[in-house]
Design a binder for this molecule. Structure first.
Ligand code: GLN
Length: 451
């Protein structure tokens, strides 16, 4: 049924870069047999799943939305992909994304933009617009995404779906093509909070292949949703993310959701995180710095594309011609920014200062969580904008990440839950909750209470 749905609507949406029909049907049949024998591998055995193209897979191409990886096949599966296969889930295909997960609209994909199922003239959010659109349009019940500065949560907000960024280290990054390694985290995109919890329960846990992977024993997130109860829960509203820079309809749905939680016994207080004023600026120095280093491996020798300049060329000329042809404008912009910020003479002024801001953000969160159990904010300042509308103003698009970036800077978990539709445009709005590191279960408790 999902393959039929993809065939019917993906021509319009472009949520998928690759659909693996034959392999998924085979996996589905194997699952049917297990169920018939009364031996499913997990509660999600047989459930189809879409996989963001940032995750490497052996039976499907992995491009990370870039021309530089066109045609490349991974010799191994990302750990999260292995885990979903071992739980019996059925990978349908790979979803579209901004090139190397840089962007908030999926317009920076080298394979054309994904369109928002709510309005085909609008963006689906990004960088994981493909995963979110696929779930919103019922092409897939579940999807995997990656969140470096909001790429799971913001598309969820934009498409009326649920998106979770786990605690840094809570889910393996092995086989996730790295953007900024100290921010990246893999997580679920689904239509309900319970679905996210069930998928998170499958992908969580220690991995020897990821040195930043936590050894924690995690509680059942599905149980946290099923037993959701916010009585006595202290929720802090982040003052800096509750101001007139945000669209009125976004703020209205945000406050309505808070009222609902209050009616169910939660206590709502205001909390100030002053360092957020500098979070976007610091993120857009640290991220390009790490990205420029991570993307150095695309050197025309080890992976994917190789462009030979006419008449031969030195190793350096081949490398340069390949990167010129293989990377898009946003990727080049960030590589230049990152290498500049890291260069001798500028390191302290830019990269060093940005890392100090990062410490301040972490301290602000620690301070806030000494007073409240979870924090709340709108997930993003606006609803879905029109395709092309923000393309020639990259800094404007970066500024829109203000509400999601801080969680990645501090390594803490976050969830975006649908909060209704904005009055002015009828488009989806999400509410975001943040919890202290390792307390992902709190997000499922409060998100579950809204469901
Ligand atoms: N929009 C942010 C960026 O462009 C987030 C990206 C992400 O989470 N992968 O960096």
């Amino acid at each position: 049924a999902h393959l039929d749905r993809i065939a019917a609507v993906d021509g319009d949406l472009n949520a998928f870069l690759h659909v693996n029909a034959a392999v998924s049907l085979e996996a589905a049949k194997a699952s049917d047999a297990r169920r018939a024998a009364g031996a499913p591998l997990s509660p999600l055995d047989g459930v189809p799943i879409a996989i963001k193209d940032v995750l490497v897979t052996t039976d499907m191409p992995s491009t990370s939305g870039s021309k530089i990886l066109e045609g490349w096949m991974s010799p191994y599966d990302a750990t999260v992909v292995t885990k979903v296969r071992e739980a019996g889930l059925v990978p349908l295909g790979k979803t579209n994304m901004d090139e190397f997960a840089m962007g908030s609209s999926t317009e920076h994909s080298a394979y054309g933009p994904t369109r928002n199922p709510w309005d085909l003239d609008r963006i689906p959010g990004g960088s994981g617009g493909g995963s979110a659109a696929a779930v919103a349009a019922f092409e897939a019940p579940l999807a995997l995404g990656s969140d470096t500065g909001g790429s799971i949560r913001q598309p969820a907000h934009i498409t009326g779906t649920v998106g979770v960024k786990p605690t840094y280290g809570g889910v393996s990054r092995y086989g996730a093509i790295a953007l900024a390694s100290s921010f990246d985290q893999i997580g679920p995109v689904t239509r309900t909070v319970l679905d996210s919890a069930l998928l998170h329960d499958v992908i969580k846990g220690h991995d020897v292949h990821d040195s930043t992977s936590l050894k924690d024993e995690w509680p059942s997130f599905a149980d946290a949703v099923k037993n959701a109860d916010v009585k006595g829960l202290k929720i802090g509203v982040i003052e800096q993310l509750d101001d007139e820079g945000f669209q009125p309809g976004v703020l209205a749905r945000f406050h309505e959701s808070l009222e609902l939680l209050k009616a169910n016994g939660a206590e709502i207080v205001n909390v100030s995180l002053p360092s957020l004023a500098h979070a976007v600026a610091a993120y857009y120095l640290i991220l390009p710095a790490e990205a420029s280093s991570n993307l150095a491996k695309f050197d025309s020798v080890r992976f994917g594309l190789r462009v030979q300049p006419e008449g031969g060329g030195t190793v350096e000329q081949v490398m340069s011609a390949t990167r010129e042809a293989g990377f898009g404008a946003e990727v080049k912009r960030r590589i230049i920014l990152g290498t500049y910020a890291l260069s001798a003479g500028y390191y302290d002024a830019y990269y060093g200062s940005a890392q100090k801001v990062r410490t301040l953000v972490q301290r602000d969160f620690a301070d806030a969580f000494s007073k409240v159990d979870v924090l709340a904010s709108p997930t993003a300042p606006t609803t879905a904008w029109k395709l092309g509308e923000q393309l020639d103003d990259p800094v404007a698009m970066w500024r829109g990440d203000i509400a999601t970036i801080p969680a990645n800077m501090a390594g803490i978990p976050g969830i975006s839950v649908p909060a209704g539709l904005a009055d002015e445009d009828g488009l989806p709005v999400g509410i975001q909750f943040l919890a202290p590191a390792r307390e992902d279960a709190r997000l499922y408790n409060v998100g579950g209470a809204l469901e």
